[in-house]
Design a protein around this ligand. Structure first.
Ligand SMILES: *Cc1c(COP(=O)(O)O)cnc(C)c1O
Length: 386
């Protein structure tokens, strides 16, 4: 299908980036698993690590159209995409400004790898634009943000960051995993490089590891030159699975987003819960910014159990909702940041970041909200009895 005409979102999810089955006229894309292609008499020298097999090329189109960018690249994981993007634009002596709260793996990557290559970095005090400005240096090359962020669903003003960066010729990068292209298109606000862990909403069934970058043709060409050296391409079998998953991306994420709003409103009223963090609640401190830049408020939220309920026991008592390390599947899952993502920090460091012992991050799935509410109520009841 041509990507020049604008289709509706579901038509785009299903049809853009199909590989045509010219030979048998099958309904779905054939898989081209070849790692060896002809070099003679062809326009393109194809090779999996060049990110240009037929299945890769077609999925790039789907992602680019969904993210409102000219081009895209798919990787074997979110971190393969994030590291390729950063190393494409940074070199010895450069400086990066990074939002304080970002995905733990990205934080780890920066703290453990940048110094080896002489790359300087500064973390902001918060996700407010005023905290980025004082960190600017003459050698600042990249601003890196994540919104909504993990685990407190903080919102960063994308347009403010893009405007500030443009004044200083700085490249902006965003981790758009939590929102997915269905709920947020950072390119519309002037952000240069859009990053995804496709292991999350794009894959959506908790069975694929993948990553993606969406950007202008020029920026993708620059990232490609670095990416072929690091070799983080995705196998064509998995590219095909990801294409299949993405046909239902809008259906899944819309339903999950609708459920998350219902769950957030329910949790906010519960007598056993101290606070709910969800950008779709008017009580969220950056609700106005979220309304301006998000098409939907997403399916991730966090809540704090009151101190008389043990968070670990509560999660063990859930029957339907699974305590789980990852997120964004069709099934609802919870995680305790204190036990997992932020376990290496001291209690003091956690509290400085607003992460209390009773905090639960909740990835809302497609189950009916009544069933999820019943599961939570039963688990609270059981936990209180003990
Ligand atoms: C999971 C995740 C990543 C890393 O992706 P992988 O596919 O695990 O490499 C990056 N950012 C966010 C927000 C994530 O949730």
């Amino acid at each position: 299908m041509k990507s020049t005409k604008k289709f509706g979102i579901n038509t785009t999810c299903v049809h853009i980036g199909e590989v045509k089955d010219e030979q048998f006229k099958g309904a779905v894309s054939p898989i081209y698993p070849s790692t060896s292609y002809a070099f003679d008499g062809v326009d393109i020298k194809r090779y999996p690590r060049y990110f240009n097999t037929p299945n890769q090329e077609m999925l790039h189109k789907k992602i680019a159209v969904l993210e409102h960018t000219e081009d895209a690249l798919i990787f074997s994981s979110g971190m393969a995409a994030i590291s390729a993007a950063l190393f494409a634009f940074l070199q010895n002596g450069d400086h990066v400004i990074v939002q304080q709260v970002i995905y733990g793996g990205t934080f780890n990557f920066m703290v453990n790898e940048f110094e080896k290559f002489g790359i300087e970095y500064s973390f902001t005090e918060s996700d407010k634009i005023e905290d980025f400005l004082p960190l600017l240096r003459p050698n600042t090359k990249v601003m890196y943000i994540e919104t909504p962020s993990n685990p407190l669903l903080g919102i960063t003003d994308m347009k403010a960051i893009a405007d500030l960066s443009k004044q200083h010729q700085i490249i902006t990068m965003i981790d758009n995993t939590f929102a997915s292209p269905i709920n947020q298109n950072p390119a519309d606000f002037g952000i240069d490089i859009v990053l995804h862990s496709a292991t999350k909403y794009m894959g959506g069934h908790s069975d694929i590891s993948a990553g993606a970058i969406a950007a202008s043709k020029e920026h993708i060409a620059k990232i490609w030159e670095t990416a072929i050296n690091y070799g983080g391409n995705l196998s064509d079998q998995t590219v095909w699975l990801l294409e299949r998953s993405m046909k239902t991306l809008n259906l899944r994420v819309k339903e999950q987003t609708k459920n998350a709003q219902i769950m957030a409103e329910y949790l906010e009223k519960s007598e056993h819960i101290d606070a709910v963090y969800y950008p779709g609640l008017p009580s969220h401190p950056q609700y106005e910014i979220a309304k301006k830049q998000m098409k939907g408020f997403g399916a991730m939220l966090s809540f704090e159990l009151k101190s008389h309920i043990d968070a670990m026991q509560f999660q063990r008592n859930l029957q339907l909702i699974k305590p789980s390390m990852s997120l964004a599947g069709l099934e609802s899952t919870t995680v305790s940041p204190v036990q997992t993502t932020h376990a290496l920090l001291s209690e003091q460091e956690r509290l400085e970041r607003g992460i209390k012992n009773g905090l639960i991050r909740f990835s809302v799935g497609i189950e009916e909200p009544e069933d999820l509410i019943a599961d939570i109520e039963l688990a609270i009841e059981k936990t209180l009895k003990k």
